[in-house]
Design a protein around this ligand. Structure first.
Ligand SMILES: [Zn+2]
Length: 192
């Protein structure tokens, strides 16, 4: 047997033993309000999330590829009732390919065609920054929350369970830092 033939057989045996290629562990993330002047404070009232200040109409895009879970197309918020489910106003949440839920709210507009169950890629436009819901009367901003998935409509979880700016800072700098580990820990903690 020629040496190169032997090498090919050896490589095939090796590939067989290794099994199929493992799924890519790394995901590509994207800052959710690109192409706009933004600022976000490293603070949020009551629970972990952040408000990304940007001009009215700035695009809100999918921070990662995934499936749209929750969409709210109507601003039903009233200061009198201040119901948790209404506070976000117009909003979209997606379940990313990394298994994490990403939520953006107070939108002025949801992009046509963005409905529960559809697939979006990282950077796909989901809507536009606004001040609907409990942000009525305030400067336009995107409330951005990172959480673990629960059932649709679960506003207490979807609004955010971890501080997001570490990830926002990284994504803005073009680095794909993943919140998967931190979300897994938050979920375990909540289950206790
Ligand atoms: Zn907020």
């Amino acid at each position: 047997m020629r040496r190169c033939q032997r090498l090919i057989i050896l490589l095939n045996v090796f590939a067989f033993l290794m099994g199929p290629m493992p799924a890519r562990a790394e995901y590509t993330y994207q800052f959710p309000v690109p192409d706009c002047k933004v600022s976000y404070s490293k603070y949020h009232h009551d629970y972990p999330a952040t408000d990304i200040q940007a001009k009215l109409g700035c695009p809100f895009v999918a921070p990662i590829g995934g499936i749209v879970q929750d969409v709210n197309l109507k601003d039903r918020w009233s200061g009198k009732t201040n119901l948790g489910k209404d506070r976000g106003g117009l909003s979209v949440s997606i379940i990313g390919d990394d298994g994490v839920r990403y939520y953006g709210s107070h939108l002025s507009k949801v992009e046509p065609g963005i409905e529960p169950g559809i697939r979006v890629e990282a950077g796909a436009k989901l809507g536009e920054v606004g001040s609907t819901g409990s942000a009525r009367g305030t400067k336009p901003h995107l409330h951005f929350g990172i959480s673990y998935p629960t059932s649709p409509g679960d506003w207490e979880i979807r609004r955010g369970v971890i501080w997001p700016w570490k990830y926002l800072d990284a994504w803005r700098a073009g680095k794909s830092l993943s919140p998967v580990k931190q979300i897994e820990n938050a979920k375990k903690k909540a289950a206790k």
